[in-house]
Design a protein around this ligand. Sequence first.
Ligand SMILES: Cc1ncc(COP(=O)(O)O)c(C=O)c1O
Length: 383
Amino acid sequence: MDFVAALQDLTTDRLRERGSLKWTVPGPDQLGAFVAESDLPMAPVIRAALDDALDRGLTGYLPPATSEVAEAACADFQRSRFGWQVGAEQVHLLPDVLAALSFSASFIFDTRLPIVLPTPAYMPFLDLPGVLGRPLRTVPMERVSGRYSLDPERLGQALAGGGLLVLVNPHNPTGQVATRAELLQIADVVERTGSVVFCDEIHSPLVYYGSRHIPYASLDDRTAAHSVTAVSASKGWNLPGLACAQLILGSREQRRRWDEAPMVARHGTSPLGAVAAAAAYSPSGVDHLDQAIAYLQSGRDLFAQAVATRMPHVGYTPPAATYIHWLDLGGTDMSAAELTERSGVLGTDGTDCGATGFMRLTLATTHAVIADAADRLAVALSR
Ligand SMILES: Cc1ncc(COP(=O)(O)O)c(C=O)c1O
């Protein structure tokens, strides 16, 4: 069955029967839009690779040969998709992107550096520095004509004396894709303050037509030397439960630190995740991704149309990447909690992202569910 036909058959009842997190936490009259999980079909090449791995009993610890195949596939994808000349020897596997940040903060970069985070932000990034026992400095982004940007002066103040900047691009929750000029401006501040960057590019596979993802480390020699980059097939191909992210290291020095880090800190990637990631980054995995992008983009357009015509007091810029939508409720008289309560659409309160008065929705689902969510929100806001 082709991609779109498979989605047309997918009723809400069938989605609930699947038992995923986003469909089991909401009550029977609610819709889940709080977690970055996707309802889109799994790529057949990933399914076949997983079936084969299970047939071979690959449920133990990660064998080096399996790891190497995933590392090479990740490097190939970065080269062919984004023109970033990554070698397989630069890629290292870790269970997830949060583990990659913990690892980088603890073993790659100077452990005395404060962690600097632009807000609004992906919620766990606000808590992780505390868990690591590290100071957190947040930098509120400025919003001009619907576009968020980092003011170089404010960023410079937060990074004064050196800091570890967490740079998420494409951005969660705004769905923005940074331009070359924006990235270069950040790079200048990072260099001037003697800082380093953890680039979270987990959403880079999901960039819509009309925008282009530029890996930060690919900009120039400075950014390659002062950053590490975490990527994963977990969002583009919906594989977060399989626990395999990739940390791409720039310099030889960083790779030496990887080699010298304790085994326990480099451990825990699932062999099934590595098999799935290698299949995701293969040519047929990428074909599937392109179909997913086309479908998600038309779902985004459908939602954007509904906001424009039926929710005139909501501030909204359609995402240029990701299925994450960021609604400014400042012009309405409703908080995110009230809107959730009245609409039955379970989103994330912007307060949890460091920005009160906003609501974050993840809409990686069928067009029918997106239309239903938009309708519920419009009705709740018009009461
Ligand atoms: C920007 C961003 N970073 C990291 C993650 C978490 O990824 P992982 O499950 O690989 O830690 C997410 C998940 O939604 C995300 O949106």
